[in-house]
Design a protein around this ligand. Structure first.
Ligand SMILES: [Zn+2]
Length: 258
């Protein structure tokens, strides 16, 4: 998409989780994608028009890039293909989303920071802005559980349910403990905050690098979806448990996570 022009947009339904913005097709057609970036779980395509196409995959959304066929022989369309971007590069970029929790919106690029879904986001976990100090400041005096805190996008942006469980396991912290244990009463980081900030970066970096490893097979997770299976930490001997916190599944080892 980058540096290619959007020749045409095939919009196959009026909405995903929310309706598409007004004149969606018209506002995209003929524009060049200047850059593709990301903030938290939002994909951002900045356009030559001065607008940004903001996209979220929701639960089940994904993109595929295929060779664009002439209009006379249209590409095979799946019932869950909702948006097709026909690019000047000769590629079609297809958004498929069976459950339709995805989001697409168009925002003036200069107002992106103030967009309702982006304005309250905390630091990017892999950036220098996120460290033990930032984590401790956000957790000072907080009675909410560590697990729920890691899912709070104001504390750290874009860390999902799976990697919150994984990071707590790597850090050896029990998901049910209050977030306040990471900080002194003045908001300075305790040792656990250093461990947890490092664990978050470690599990995300591992996940990103795995994405480029096509040969990967088997469960990539330490605790997620491993209920009743043995803990993988050396000499631990515990087995993984599952509990529900705030309506989401948490997987943890009760022996080595304290
Ligand atoms: Zn364990």
């Amino acid at each position: 998409m980058v540096r290619a022009r959007i020749k045409a947009v095939d919009l196959r339904r009026p909405d995903l989780r929310r309706p598409f913005p007004r004149h969606f097709v018209k506002r995209l057609t003929g524009e060049t994608v200047v850059a593709l970036t990301r903030r938290a779980k939002y994909l951002l395509a900045s356009l030559s028009s001065g607008e940004t196409l903001l996209m979220h995959l929701g639960m089940s959304g994904w993109f595929r890039v295929v060779r664009d066929l002439p209009a006379a022989r249209p590409a095979k369309i799946d019932p869950h293909d909702h948006v097709v971007f026909h690019m000047s590069s000769g590629k079609a970029v297809v958004f498929n989303d069976p459950r339709r929790f995805g989001v697409m919106d168009l925002v003036r690029s200069g107002q992106l920071r103030d967009h309702q879904v982006l304005s309250r986001l905390g630091p990017e976990p892999l950036s220098g802005d996120f460290d033990a100090g930032a984590l401790a400041r956000a957790c000072r005096g907080k009675k909410t559980s560590l697990k729920a805190t890691l899912l709070d996008q104001r504390v750290v942006a874009g860390l999902g349910n799976i990697y919150a469980s994984e990071a707590l396991h790597v850090a050896g912290l029990s998901p049910g403990r209050p977030a306040s244990i990471l900080a002194t009463p003045r908001g300075a980081p305790r040792e656990a905050a250093y461990r947890l900030a490092a664990a978050i970066k470690q599990v995300l970096e591992k996940a990103v690098s795995r994405r480029s490893d096509d040969g990967y097979r088997g469960s990539p997770f330490l605790v997620y979806d491993r209920q009743d299976e043995p803990c993988l930490k050396k000499k631990c001997g515990g087995s993984i448990r599952r509990r529900t916190q705030g309506g989401r599944s948490t997987f943890y080892c009760p022996v080595c996570q304290r």
